[in-house]
Ligand binder design. Structure first.
Ligand SMILES: [Zn+2]
Length: 74
């Protein structure tokens, strides 16, 4: 068995002002809302995405990373 490396930091880029902020993700939960630290806009996950990290982050949330890794393993 190969251990799955889960990225716990995702850089969220605000679609309103372009501000990027590194955020640590909870390992076992999704975050549907996120307050931009620059402009204060509340980001919401896009339709079809479970959380803001999947929509706006450089890395999707840990449960999704695990699911993708499992799919790639024969
Ligand atoms: Zn912003």
């Amino acid at each position: 068995m190969t251990a799955v490396v889960i990225e716990s930091i995702s850089v969220i880029t605000c679609p309103a002002c372009g501000h990027a902020e590194s955020e640590e993700m909870a390992i076992d939960s999704c975050q549907y809302f996120y307050d931009c630290r620059a402009c204060g806009r509340v980001l919401k996950a896009l339709p079809g995405d479970c959380c803001v990290f999947c929509s706006y982050g450089t890395a999707p949330c840990p449960p999704i990373q695990e699911a993708r890794a499992a799919q790639q393993t024969p």
